[in-house]
Design a protein around this ligand. Structure first.
Ligand code: PAF
Length: 292
């Protein structure tokens, strides 16, 4: 197996068609090889690459999908502006241990409209779910289709989208997919800004002030022991909005197991800060485990 594994470092196929991908993966699986899957919407950065690298350490074969999924955008401008950089993405993936890039077009994934509605209870009523109606049903539609196509042993998701991770785990449990979900830590720029494909859309001035989001989050963590939840939330909002270029959409402190926002202090082991901030039209989200 090992010699085959070494060989896998040297090929990367770019595939647009479901049948071709499935035929190729089928023969890998018949050879007993494990499949690690990294679903993405492209505009890849070091955060995605950290998922690819983890997938390649833990599996024989790595599949990365690149598909800007229209059903998860509740704002048409956001969908239109979302960066699409397939050539740069495949060039970057060639330098890492990716074996198959699956880059379908919209008709391939949605030959007819997907009208399935998923229910995630309270998980979809808070934070991202509350502010982006329909978003998580759109994520579940595409991820369930991709899982049915790729049938991965393991799938890798970044903790920057912490609520998405909980939703996907819930979907896997509901639909009984035979795939383990692997959470991966947030990768940050040197100044602390969480890496995101949307960062490429920031103007230099917005990019400059965007680091204050993480700085304010770290201060909230420091102040956790000595302030009420409301004081902490107000502090975050005021600190970030010192810049007229930034507007806080929400700041919540929540139980990271249930994602239920709290207004009274909890046992710190399970507390996480969640924020969404607008820099002009660009929406940035971030979260931080409270470890003070
Ligand atoms: O996190 C993302 O990039 C997307 O939500 C995902 C999981 C690839 C589904 O389109």
């Amino acid at each position: 197996m090992k010699s085959f594994y070494l060989c896998t470092f040297y090929f990367m196929d770019i595939i647009h068609n479901i049948g071709e991908l499935q035929r190729k993966l089928h023969s890998q699986k018949e050879n007993g090889l494990s499949i690690g899957f990294v679903p993405t919407m492209g505009a890849l950065h070091q955060g995605h690459i950290s998922l690819v690298e983890k997938a390649s350490r833990e599996n024989d074969i790595v599949v990365v999908s690149i598909f800007v999924n229209p059903t998860q955008f509740n704002n048409p401008d956001d969908l239109q502006n979302y960066p699409r950089t397939l050539d740069a993405d495949t060039t970057l993936l060639r330098k890492h241990k990716c074996n198959f890039v699956f880059a379908p077009d919209e008709k391939t994934i949605y030959p007819e409209p997907d009208t399935r509605i998923f229910s995630f209870g309270r998980l979809e009523e808070v934070m991202e779910g509350m502010h982006r109606p329909g978003h998580f049903t759109g994520v579940a539609r595409v991820v369930s289709k991709l899982f049915s196509i790729v049938k991965p042993h393991k799938a890798y998701f970044g903790e920057k989208d912490f609520q998405q991770l909980a939703i996907i785990q819930n979907m896997v449990d509901q639909m009984k997919f035979d795939t383990s979900i692997v959470p991966c830590p947030i990768i940050r720029e040197e100044d602390g800004l969480a890496m995101s494909s949307r960062n490429a859309l920031l103007t230099p001035a917005q990019r400059n002030v965007a680091s204050s989001i993480y700085q304010a989050m770290k201060k909230v963590e420091k102040k956790y022991n000595t302030n009420t939840i409301n004081e902490l939330k107000s502090y975050f909002k005021e600190a970030v909005e010192l810049s007229p270029l930034l507007k806080v959409e929400y700041v919540e402190i929540a139980d990271e197991l249930t994602l239920e926002p709290i207004d009274q202090k909890l046992d710190k082991q399970h507390v996480r800060l969640f924020v969404a901030v607008h820099a002009g039209d660009v929406r940035l989200i971030d979260n931080l485990k409270i470890n003070s």
